[in-house]
Design a protein around this ligand. Structure first.
Ligand SMILES: Cc1ncc(COP(=O)(O)O)c(C=O)c1O
Length: 467
């Protein structure tokens, strides 16, 4: 862990207990072995399905994130806050499509609007539509943007945001956070979850690019380190078009900005003429009514959105300041996409926009906070080497005794007990995202009773760890 006495930014929540006792690593391994046996005993239908799927889909899944060993749970249907798998098992869904399902599965308003589009409006015109203009105006107001364009995935939004920044600045390099994930665009494949032996010293990280990507000029800096960003800009500022960062990192569990960090980032980008891109694919509406940027009071030059804005349909967007979006207006960067802003996803987005009122966001956050408070009490009672982190409707338990402020801190957390904690939930009917680097989402469909299931599972894990 890095030395940290710095507080996290106002508007974010992290509770780190002063005292804890280590967990016995042998006990963790013994419980993990028992839990993997338990997993394969109740999920055989998913195992069989994965064997079949693997003959047509690599790894048997439609996105590599969906895979885990020995096989992931295969879902038959979803409604509200629950999933039913191919074996008929019912699971409480706290992954909610990596946070895309903010309004719940098959939310009645979404179903109503989408059904109306399917029966009375149409799905795809590839010419302008009043539906797309209406949604653009709503997003402009909500996210405080001058202009935006719709895309179909976060990856596309990031790609076009970076290309906009390049067209605007006439520079081609980018800077990104070590450990940061931003989708599949080549430039953003650098140092996503690199092995520590490949990335040099913590105070001067070496970019690590996979062989399949042609990333171009990419500089990598630690999150929460303004000194490293300043050095990168000083040494390479003349060639850096954009700095891409999740305002709150939600691909390393939840990593919060230190107080003043994002203000410092904003000032450095201004000083060196670097376009500041906030990737709000994961934060977005889950962070609050106007996203993380507004919650934290920092205005980026461009923002990328996806997941929670689409009500479970494939909708994404990028947008921001007029002078940068003008590159699309005057043709310095053409932006294309057959399915952009199609009437079907616009219908879903309209329903989400109407559902996620300031009051609804506050309600989700209140339920999440009550959940986190109760988990804090359990962590304290069992003196667990863990702490909770939350932002808006999302939360996580991080297995570390001190705050996690960057990728190197994250790599020093206890992955064994994190895996056990995730598997413990899955085996007791609570699905949080695979990968140990995600967080739960409280959606409009989740009730106090649902969140008590998560809490009681966690309590039983604490008991087992201390038994
Ligand atoms: C922060 C962030 N940016 C971008 C993406 C890519 O979005 P998509 O999967 O829609 O391409 C993701 C996906 O998880 C993400 O978490």
């Amino acid at each position: 862990m890095t030395e940290n006495t710095r507080p996290n930014a106002p508007g974010t929540r992290r509770v780190v207990p002063a005292d804890s006792k280590p967990v016995d690593a042998d006990r963790v391994q013994q419980l993990l072995a028992e839990e993997w046996d338990r997993f394969t005993s109740w999920s055989q239908a998913s195992g069989e399905h994965n064997r079949r799927a693997s003959t047509s889909l690599p790894l048997g899944v439609t996105s590599s994130f969906q895979h885990w060993d020995p096989y992931p749970i295969t879902i038959e249907s979803a409604r509200g806050a629950h999933l039913t798998d191919v074996g008929g098992n019912r699971l409480l869904d706290l992954s909610m499509g990596f946070g895309a399902g903010l309004v719940g599965h098959l939310n009645p308003r979404v179903v109503e609007e989408v059904t109306h589009a399917l029966t009375s409006i149409g799905t795809l015109f590839v010419t302008p539509s009043s539906q797309a203009t209406d949604m653009a105006e709503r997003f402009k107001r909500r996210f405080d943007l001058d202009m935006l364009r719709f895309t179909n995935s976060g990856t596309e939004s990031l790609m076009y945001a970076i290309r906009s920044a390049r067209a605007y600045t006439g520079r081609s390099g980018i800077a990104k956070i070590e450990g940061g994930y931003h989708g599949g665009y080549d430039a953003l494949q650098v140092s996503v979850k690199p092995a520590l032996e490949d990335i040099g010293p913590a105070d001067r990280p070496i970019p690590d690019a996979p062989a399949d990507a042609v990333p171009g000029e990419v500089h990598v800096v630690a999150y929460n380190d303004l000194g490293q960003l300043e050095r990168a800009f000083r040494e390479h500022g003349g060639s850096i078009a954009a700095f891409v960062v999740e305002p709150v990192i939600e691909n390393l569990a939840i990593v919060l900005p230190d107080e003043g960090y994002l203000e410092g980032v904003r000032a450095l980008c201004d000083e060196y003429g670097v376009v500041l891109i906030f990737d709000e694919v994961k934060t977005g509406l889950t962070a609050g009514h106007g996203g993380a940027a507004q919650r934290l009071g920092i205005k980026p030059d461009l923002i990328t959105l996806a997941k929670s804005i689409g009500g479970g349909l494939p909708l994404a967007a990028f947008g921001g300041k007029q002078e940068i979006m003008d590159v699309v207006v005057d043709g310095r960067m053409a932006h294309f996409g057959t399915y952009n802003g199609n009437a079907l996803v616009m219908a879903a987005a309209k329903a989400v926009d109407e559902l996620i009122t300031p009051e609804a966001s506050a309600g989700l956050e209140a339920l999440n906070t009550r959940t986190l408070d109760t988990l804090d009490a359990i962590i304290g009672e069992y003196e667990l080497p863990a702490h909770t982190v939350g932002l808006g409707a999302k939360g996580c338990v991080t297995w570390a005794t001190g705050p996690v402020r960057n990728y190197r801190d994250y790599k020093a957390t206890d992955f064994g007990v994190a895996e056990l904690s995730w598997l413990w939930g899955v085996n007791r009917g609570v699905l949080t995202p695979p990968g140990l680097d995600e967080q739960w989402l409280v959606s409009l469909a989740h009730t106090e009773d649902d969140m008590s299931v998560l809490i009681e599972d966690f309590r039983s894990l604490a008991e087992a760890l201390r038994a």
